[in-house]
Design a protein around this ligand. Structure first.
Ligand SMILES: [Fe+2]
Length: 351
């Protein structure tokens, strides 16, 4: 054995590499930014390199243009890669790739299995919602979200009997509630207006869009703050004014009539004055607001979708509990409408 390749030699080489490795890791920590694993769920390949973080080190786990499917992602999660990263300078390429997939699914909604298509479109819409909340003044993201939401509304109106399956497929992905809740409540809004048989498809589509964009003003607060059960005073004030902020963000950018903007302004009219939701998160209710039937439905569907989905600081309620609260809120003023809501949900959750 050559004296040159002794264990002492390799130890020396390894110890020489260690500082280099530390420098490289430090550089990566400055150059990488975290992404959500959901961004990879509905695309077929990665336009850029994807990194994981394991044993205190960043590690490339997917090369550029790597084919990905559910098994790839399942394997990554099984290996403990629940945090994924990309180069900051390449972040935009992944967003573009996800958005072009959203557009392509939107354009082919009527082709193939409607449940699969609806589920995929709603999930991609939730991901684009996250991009929108991060960049609420970006016209391209807003325009894409609006166009895809209109197509989704059209598709959902034609596929009412698949709503529950699409809903179940959507909630499985556990998107952050800030992005998921407007989509779920808008699905319910569309369903109940269709169920009532009082509105044209065009009117239903407009209420769907109104409901979907009503909370864009919540983007004024970083999303991770909503995971806390208590916001500071400044954040509470921003949240209290989120409907107003939504209108400022939407006016002149999304074709919503003054009536629809008024609905957005009043979309918390039916929150309970004494509930945890209204006092600590939404802010005091204005009891003098005279809200019409459409505002009531949009507000109530928002409450139901909030209650039946969990939060980091509280468990999800069941549908029965949420309808019990809705009864308290509207049954005296709107007895017939309350019965219709109960009947709608009974029909929705047939299983
Ligand atoms: Fe809201």
């Amino acid at each position: 054995m050559s004296t040159f390749f002794t264990p002492a030699f390799w130890c020396k080489i390894l110890s020489m590499h260690k500082p280099m490795d530390i420098i490289h890791q430090n550089q990566l920590s400055l150059k990488l930014t975290e992404i959500s694993i959901r961004e990879l769920l509905f695309i077929n390949d990665t336009p850029i390199e994807i990194f994981g973080f394991q044993d205190g080190k960043f590690k490339r786990i997917l090369r550029k243009n790597a084919f990905i499917n559910k098994n790839t992602l399942r394997d990554l999660l099984a290996k403990g890669h629940n945090k994924l990263f990309v180069y900051v300078e390449e972040r935009g390429k992944l967003i573009e790739h996800v958005q072009s997939t959203l557009l392509s699914v939107t354009r082919s909604l009527s082709v193939g299995n409607p449940v699969e298509k609806g589920r995929k479109q709603m999930n991609l819409l939730a991901i684009n919602m996250s991009y929108l909340y991060q960049h609420p003044t970006d016209d391209d993201i807003l325009k894409l979200q609006h166009q895809c939401a209109k197509n989704l509304a059209y598709f959902l109106i034609a596929n009412v009997h698949h709503h529950e399956e699409i809903y179940q497929g959507f909630i499985k992905q556990k998107h952050h509630f800030i992005y998921a809740q407007p989509i779920i409540s808008s699905l319910f809004v569309l369903g109940i207006f269709k169920y009532s048989q009082l509105y044209s498809d065009q009117e239903i589509e407009n209420y769907f869009i109104t409901s979907l964009f009503k909370d864009i003003g919540m983007s004024a607060i970083p999303v991770d703050k909503y995971d806390q059960d208590e916001l500071n005073d400044e954040e509470k004030e921003l949240l209290r004014k989120h409907a107003e902020h939504s209108i400022n963000l939407l006016k002149g950018r999304v074709p919503l009539s003054p009536n629809h903007l008024t609905i957005i302004n009043n979309h918390h009219s039916f929150s309970l004055l004494t509930s945890e939701l209204s006092t600590s998160i939404i802010g005091p209710n204005d009891k003098d607001i005279v809200a019409g039937f459409e505002t009531m439905i949009i507000s109530i569907m928002d409450i139901v979708s909030a209650m039946i989905s969990g939060r980091p600081y509280r468990k999800a309620s069941n549908l029965f509990e949420s309808l019990d609260l809705i009864k308290l809120l509207i049954a005296d003023q709107y007895p017939q409408e309350f019965r219709q809501i109960v009947s709608y949900f009974k029909n929705f959750f047939r299983g």
